[in-house]
Design a protein around this ligand. Sequence first.
Ligand code: GDP
Ligand code: IMO
Ligand code: MG
Length: 426
Amino acid sequence: MKVDVLLGLQWGDEGKGKIVDVLTPKYNVIARFQGGPNAGHTLEFNGIKHVLHTIPSGIFHDGVANVVGNGVVVDPVILKKEIDALIKLGVNIKKQLFISKKAHLILPTHRLIDAASEAAKGKEKIGSTLKGIGPTYMDKTGRNGLRVGDVFETTFKEKYTKLVIKHKEILKFHDFEYDLEALEKDFFIALETIKNLTIIDSEHYLNNAINNNKSILAEGAQGAMLDVDFGSYPFVTSSNTTTAGTCTGLGIAPNKIGKVFGIFKAYCTRVGSGPFPTELEDEVGERMRKAGNEFGSTTGRPRRCGWIDLPALKYAIMINGVTELIMMKADVLSEFETIAVCTHYIIDGKKIDYMPYDIVSKEVTPVYETLKGWRQDLTKLASMDEIPSELSAYIDYLEKTLNVPISIVSVGPDRTQTIHRGNVLV
Ligand code: GDP
Ligand code: IMO
Ligand code: MG
C-alpha cells in the first residue's frame, strides 16, 4: 500500500495533531519524518487535552504503531517527559512507539547554541523555539552529529565529549554564559529511558509494512512556509517540511507516496519572525487571536494572526502535490461579519498571484476579496447539511480557486468536532 502524507500548508499550527488523531483509525502506522520538539501537536478527546512534541499523534489508538523516523531530531529530555505523561494515561509505549536508530540527538549544548545564536542576531532573530533544532541539523549535515543508535555503543561518551568541546568553542565565540552541569544530568538520565525504548531500523520497518499491505500515514511538523528550501528564508525551520521530506525522513521512495493531505486554517497564523503579508496588527487581529486561542502550543507565545493567503496556499499546494485539502478552525471565523481573502500581492507596483523569491526583502501589499461571514456557532454541527450557506460559499470559493477538493472541515478542537465531506477521504 502507498504511504499517505498529512502536512501543514501555512506557518505551522494548522491543527495537524487533531486531524492525524481523527484519521488514525484508518491506518496501521503513523510516522513523523522531520522536525523535533519545536512542534506542538494538540489532541483533544474525552475531555483530555494533550500536546505532543516528538511522538506521532496516533499514539492514543491501541494497535497502531507510531514511528519517529530518521529525519526527526530527538531531545531525550523532552521525549522522556512525553513518555512519562503518556504512561500515566495508560499508553503502552514499549509496544506502540518505535524510534529510528538514525534519528539525530539534540544535546544540551545544541539548545544553548540555539539561544546564543538567536541572542547574537538581535532584532533579526528567527524567533526560534530554542529547542536546539537548527544546531542539531547543522551537526547532521556537517557530519558531526550523534544518533539514537550511537547510545548503545561503548564509545558514545567519548563521541559526546568530543562534540561538546566543539560546541563550547562556539559558545565562547558568542560570549554566551551557561550552566551545563544540570542540563547534562537530565540528559544522561533521559538517555537511560531512550535505551529501554523500541529502537528500530525504521526504513526497513516501514518498507516491510508497505510490502505487507499495511497502511501508513506520514505526519508532518511545522508547515510549508517554514520549509528550509521553500519557506520565507531565513525565517524558516531547518528541515524539509514538504512531501519530499517524507522520502528522506522515512526512507520511503517517491513512487510509494499516495494521497497528500494539505491542512490549513480558514485564516492564517504565524509564530516567530518573518514575512506575513496578511497579518492584522490591529483590533481585528486581536479578535482573531482571542477567538482562536492563538497562543503557541510549545512556547506559549501569542501567534500573529491574519486573513487567509491564497498566493501562499497555492504555492504550498504546488510544492507538496496536495491531493486533498483539510480546512481547520472554521468556527473561529464565526466572529466576523465579513471575511477577507487575499488573492494577490502588490510588489513594486506589480500585481502578482504567486509567492515571489523576495518576499522577505520587499514590501508586500495584499489584495483582498471580501466574502460574507456566517455569524453562527459552528461548534455543534455534525454534517455538511447543517452548515450555513455563507460557509458553503467560502468552501466553494476556496476549492475553485485552489483547484483541490476540501475533504474535511474542522469546527472545534475536539476529535468529534470534525465534518467529513462526501466520500473523498476514504
Ligand atoms: P499543530 O501543530 O498543527 O498540531 O496545531 P497546534 O496543536 O499547535 O495548534 C492548533 C490549535 O487549534 C490547538 O490548540 C487545537 O486544539 C486547536 N484546534 C484544532 N482544530 C480546531 C478547530 O477546528 N477549531 C478550534 N477552535 N480550534 C481547533
Ligand atoms: P508545529 O509542528 C509553528 C517556527 C518558530 C520560528 C521558526 C524556526 O507545531 O506546527 P525552530 O525552533 O524550528 O528553529 O524555529 O519556525 N516554528 C513553528 N511555528 N509551529 C511549529 O510546529 C513550529 N516549529 C517551528 O516559531 O519562527
Ligand atoms: Mg503546533
